[in-house]
Design a protein around this ligand. Structure first.
Ligand SMILES: Cc1ncc(COP(=O)(O)O)c(C=O)c1O
Length: 286
């Protein structure tokens, strides 16, 4: 198979990426009226593909878009876009918008959703990041009140990422009005507090990360105590922080707002969880 050019899937056709376009009146473009998924694949094996497709369906349902395909058909498309692109370690992007129509907040007629899939290389952390862990800043949460929906309306997250970039760090962590750490712009966040792995419970303030779920399952099955509760960075007994996402697996976070966490070095629980998640990616049956 010729794999020199990148291939996208747009509304029923596989096309060279540079020819893959959507209508200027697509509601994704004009209103961010859509949802998305990112799925990781290593050597042809997808990590938790079914869970990602289930979340895509619930995101669609939350904004009253009828899922465009059955789950098996969507899974087949995801696999085909992976096969048609040159990356053995890939992240497949799926976007579903309400469709294209003359601009009006409420569309005059039912629309056919726009569906786009691409496959890009799965990013790898640098050696320096693996040795030193990530750094983050915290900011008051400025996002909307339905963070459990994986919406393409990501302006607040982009502003958070810009601030992180300008501060020379990797991520911005959103805080609620009580100083609880909710999640990052594109990551879930965990701490180790008094030897318990702690993360914010699932509610409208956080996305139910597929990797978050995997981390909790791996922790439980390996005897790490887990608590889903609101938590703060100034709690005594906090010894580690880490983030999780499809594109990061688990990464230790060792500097937050200039404060060193765990003495500024990746520590045992984060490294162990990273190793378990990566093992799950590389051999999901184990
Ligand atoms: C706000 C937010 N939280 C958490 C995550 C991590 O989710 P997952 O592990 O499913 O990639 C993401 C991923 O994009 C995200 O955007």
């Amino acid at each position: 198979m010729q794999k020199n050019t990148l291939t996208a899937w747009v509304n029923g056709s596989f096309l060279p990426l540079e020819l893959a376009v959507v209508h200027i009146e697509d509601r994704g473009f004009q209103f961010a009226d859509g949802v998305y998924e990112v799925v990781a694949c290593v050597d042809g094996v997808f990590l938790d593909l079914d869970a990602h497709l289930a979340r895509l369906e619930s995101s669609c349902a939350a904004i009253a878009i009828v899922p465009p395909f059955t789950r098996p058909k969507m899974a087949a498309l995801v696999k085909e876009i992976y096969d048609r692109n040159p990356f053995s370690r890939a992240m497949v992007y799926i976007q579903v918008t309400r469709g294209a129509a003359p601009r009006a907040h409420y569309p005059a007629t039912p629309l056919t959703p726009t569906v786009v899939l691409t496959s890009r290389v799965l990013p790898q952390p640098s050696t320096a990041s693996l040795e030193q862990g990530y750094a983050a800043i915290t900011r008051p949460d400025i996002r909307w009140k339905h963070c459990e929906i994986k919406s393409i309306a990501l302006l607040a997250s982009i502003m958070g990422k810009q601030e992180a970039h300008n501060a020379g760090v990797d991520e911005t962590f959103w805080l609620d009005q009580h100083g609880h750490v909710l999640e990052g712009c594109s990551t879930n966040v965990f701490a180790v507090i008094d030897d318990v792995l702690v993360t914010h419970p699932l509610d409208h303030q956080v996305l139910g990360g597929i990797t978050r779920d995997l981390v909790l399952r791996l922790a439980c099955s390996n005897g790490v105590m887990v608590s889903e509760r609101p938590w703060r960075l100034d709690e005594t007994g906090l010894t580690e922080c880490m983030l999780s996402s499809t594109t990061n697996a688990v990464m230790p976070v060792c500097r937050i707002d200039q404060r060193l966490i765990a003495g500024g070095k990746p520590h045992a629980v984060a490294l162990q969880l990273r190793a378990w998640v990566i093992a799950a990616m590389e051999s999901p049956a184990s």
